[in-house]
Design a protein around this ligand. Structure first.
Ligand code: SKM
Length: 285
């Protein structure tokens, strides 16, 4: 007899965002559901900002098990949720929602997913000088998590002042022990900061899509060989920044570990089960 994956009892898990068609989340979660024989299916929905409230309401009506939220809705989704976890309320952004019998609870697994990818590569951050490029949705999760992990010094560089200043203020307010500063993306200031940094993290979209051939670090001579260079972009798997960092002899990490890590944490929130991370990773690489 044919064995059907989708049945009358299958629970839906969704991704809401725009653009979303490039997402690896369906492959990540559906591989894990199948491997563990869990009756869930993950699908993506391209949702514009004007449709967000109705889409969240639809998640309730359709009684989905939960959903992920990606760009550009991670902050805008908050007013439509019933409750926030501690990290989501500190960060002010949500990427994972659990439907708890009609109550929508928002979480943020991006920061912890990022830490999981650093741990896999044996990159410590406690007491270290870390530079974060970008103060958007992803930058916020990464920088806040780094502050919670007791980095020695955190420097945030951004193209525009307002988001970087706001992120710095948020960290100062919520995690006052963290030594944090923000800077405009000025080449001289960045080069100077890089000369004494331990870890560099790119959270901007420079290096993907139309910006694929670009890097905010313009030359290998900006980097020293002991610097660890992390790009949270996973497609392409080797960004221009990582190419330049390799030339400088740096250890490099791309965004695969983070996207799988944030997914594994979300998977646990929805199902209570542990994602078989190694199988999932080998499936999407
Ligand atoms: O935070 C994640 C989100 O949960 C899923 C995702 C994706 O599928 O591309 C990217 C990130 O925003």
């Amino acid at each position: 007899m044919t064995e059907y994956r989708i049945t009358g009892n299958t629970r839906l898990v969704a991704l809401l965002g725009s653009p979303v068609r490039h997402s690896q989340s369906p492959q990540i979660h559906n591989t894990a559901f199948q491997a563990l024989n869990l009756n869930y299916a993950y699908m993506v929905f391209d949702i514009q900002q004007s449709e967000l409230e109705a889409a969240v309401q639809a998640m309730k009506t359709l009684d989905v098990a939960g959903f992920n939220v990606t760009m550009p809705h991670k902050e805008k989704v908050i007013p439509y949720l019933d409750e926030l976890s501690e990290e989501a309320s500190i960060i002010g952004a949500v990427n994972t929602v659990k439907n708890d019998n009609g109550k929508l609870i928002g979480y943020n697994t991006d920061g912890m997913g990022f830490m999981m990818s650093l741990a896999e590569e044996n990159i410590p951050v406690s007491g270290k000088k870390v530079i974060v490029l970008g103060a958007g949705g992803a930058g916020k999760s990464v920088a806040t998590q780094l502050a919670l992990e007791n980095v020695g010094e955190l420097m945030i560089f951004n193209r525009s002042a307002a988001p970087a200043e706001a992120l710095c203020r948020l960290i100062n307010e919520k995690i006052p022990t963290c030594q944090v500063s923000w800077h405009l993306l000025d080449e001289t200031v960045l080069k100077e900061a890089l000369s004494t940094a331990d870890v560099l993290v790119n959270t901007t979209n420079v290096g993907m899509g139309d910006l694929k051939n670009l890097s905010l670090v313009k030359d290998a001579n900006w980097l020293h060989s002991k610097l660890k260079v992390v790009d949270i972009i996973y497609s392409p798997s080797k960004t221009k920044l990582l190419e330049i960092a390799e030339t400088a002899g740096c250890q490099t990490v791309n965004g695969i570990g983070m996207v799988v890590g944030q997914g594994a944490l979300a998977f646990h929130i929805w199902t209570g089960a542990h994602m078989p991370v190694a199988d999932v990773k080998s499936g999407i690489l």
